[in-house]
Design a protein around this ligand. Structure first.
Ligand SMILES: C[S@@+](CC[C@H](N)C(=O)[O-])C[C@H]1O[C@@H](n2cnc3c(N)ncnc32)[C@H](O)[C@@H]1O
Length: 225
């Protein structure tokens, strides 16, 4: 492993806002912050928004800056990516953004019932040719989200992948989720969205910038499961 990566892993451990639960805590449902993020971590009762598969956390940081009255948690298994967002949070002293390094598969061990108000899935891997159950919008994952989401909590998917978008729309229909919005060209249709959503959709992630440079169109959909 590269020296820089090791330095970033070590620095993550010094950040209060990077939480790295142990396997035991996740597998045996012993994570102390579960159900207590507001009171014990953020020190308030503001709504909690998750960015799942956050990578470098551009959405968590970007939304955190825009909405000081909400809390944001980026979740990813890759510590070296999380470090980038976590470093920005430290340097800019952003009090309402944290990162959780864990597999999203264990999300119900990290949050209690109705603890989460909204979920963003940003450029999730489409997992083409792999088990459907690994896709973050598959029924198995949405059932996990339902255990932690408040009633009416929205799931947003921003994606370069037509495959994952179509799959998600099929899931929406099959399971009767309430579809709120679909766009197959977010930047080409930006004026369609309300000003608040426009601000959010204009945040660009690391992977997104790569796809945009290749001329790809960006998809967006939002639904209530
Ligand atoms: C294509 S990257 C996108 C990263 C970032 N959102 C962006 O747009 O730049 C997908 C991310 O999801 C994470 N990921 C995928 N499946 C995961 C899982 N089951 N648990 C935790 N992280 C996962 C990967 O580690 C990776 O960082």
């Amino acid at each position: 492993m590269g020296k820089r990566k090791l330095q970033h892993f070590a620095e993550n451990k010094t950040f209060r806002h990077v939480i790295e639960p142990t396997s035991d805590e996740m597998l045996n449902d012993r994570f102390a912050l579960k159900g207590k993020w507001g009171e014990e971590f953020f020190g308030n009762t503001h709504p909690i928004v998750l960015e799942l598969g956050c990578g470098k956390g551009e959405y968590s940081v970007g939304m955190g800056r825009r909405y000081p009255e909400k809390n944001f948690i980026g979740v990813d298994i890759k510590g070296a990516r999380i470090w980038r967002g976590a470093k920005t949070v430290q340097e800019d002293a952003i009090p309402n953004v944290a990162f959780l390094r864990t597999r999203i598969d264990f999300i119900t061990s990290a949050f209690g019932p109705e603890e989460v108000s909204e979920i963003w899935l940003t450029f999730s891997d489409p997992m083409i040719g792999q088990s459907e159950n690994r896709r973050l919008t598959s029924r198995i994952f949405v059932e996990r989200y339902l255990k932690i989401l408040r009633p009416g909590g929205v799931i947003h998917l921003k994606s370069d992948s037509d495959f994952l978008t179509e799959y998600t729309l099929e899931q929406t229909e099959e399971h009767g989720y309430r579809l709120l919005e679909v766009s197959r060209d977010v930047y080409g249709e930006m004026e369609r969205f309300n000003p608040e959503l426009q601000q959010l959709l204009n945040i660009r992630t690391h992977y997104e910038k790569k796809w945009l440079a290749e001329g790809k169109k960006i998809n967006y959909c939002a639904f209530v499961p």
